[in-house]
Design a protein around this ligand. Sequence first.
Ligand code: SAH
Length: 391
Amino acid sequence: MYKIITLRKGKDQSLRRFHPWVFSGAIVKPSNNITEGDIVKVISAEGEYLGIGHYQIGSIAVRILSFTETEIDDTFWRKRIGAALAMRHDIGIIRADNNMFRLIHGEGDQLPGLIVDIYGAVAVMQAHSVGMHLQRKEIAAALQELIPELQCIYYKSETTLPYKARLDEESGFLMGKPIDFVATENGLRFHIDWLKGQKTGFFLDQRDNRTLLEHYARNKKVLNMFCYTGGFSVYALRGKAIEVHSVDSSERAIDVTQRNVALNFTDAPHHKAYATDAFRYLAEMDNSYDLIILDPPAFAKHRDALHNALKGYTRLNAKAIQKIKPGGILFTFSCSQAVSKELFRLAVFTAAAQSKRFVRILHQLHQPADHPINIYHPEGEYLKGLVLQIE
Ligand code: SAH
């Protein structure tokens, strides 16, 4: 009953290696009765079944949901989302003192095009494909069934769906009503700006790296650059930093940072937050920081921007490495998928060499287990970081 997409001869290799994307160049032009978002069966030029997935107009023509023959029905959604939830239970991240985590990480959970983050009783769902958008209600029903404590499901896809698809209801409540929500990460509380904030409201992917930072913070003067809502700052304060400065260009983010500090510490006179540009702050600051965190937005959203992105990472890191106190620690990150860890390291290497200081790598950081990488889809690896010590 599903419509059929046929591959061109010899274009079946990547699907046979379980890569979940079918590029438009690999398919025979689909018949007119196939529309964007349809569930389609993909077959080889010889007529062999290869997988079932969502069809979309664009360079990725099909995102595979299953490589075995299956119906994409309520049972399917329940099974896939249930498996994702079981994995999060298994890795120990669902606890009273940690009720925020990523439940669905696209290809990493065999659900390409879908992101679901959980903040206590709130689920924030984001579709990156037309197919997931069209099936948002089925997905919401499965979420409700699997997580009965959910009070609200917010759908937030206005920035992630293709503009040309002219879809409606790209954001809104699929269940429940807006509640001002505070969620807990490793015992620290955060206001989650899930209605207007970036992504689904919080950068859950830095949880493990924030824990590491906490252990380095004692007696340090810390600069949290690109702080967003202050995640690293709150951990640094719990880790007994003597002073923490949070910087972000967004006034709104700085406002939430202040609220998050106040939520966790009745008195934190040694925290200050500044709404200003990172490059300007780094150029004007003195040499007194012992620990600097650089967690910029993705500099390369696409491959064509790679060269400039690498220059940006070098420029940013060079400033921090030049000015950090002797013996200082730098936590530096890139969340650009297009920048590999080798290229990122090269950009930081260039920055280090410019400073002429002795620099060593203490840790190599990455995304946490609730942002898993499908081994057949290396593109899913995006967050990388280095912890450096600078003599
Ligand atoms: N470290 C944060 C996430 C950072 S997201 C966390 O753990 O939650 C990147 C942040 O960089 C965003 O909040 C964005 O507002 C900020 N930003 C983007 N361009 C900037 C610039 N030129 N100067 C300062 N901040 C900037």
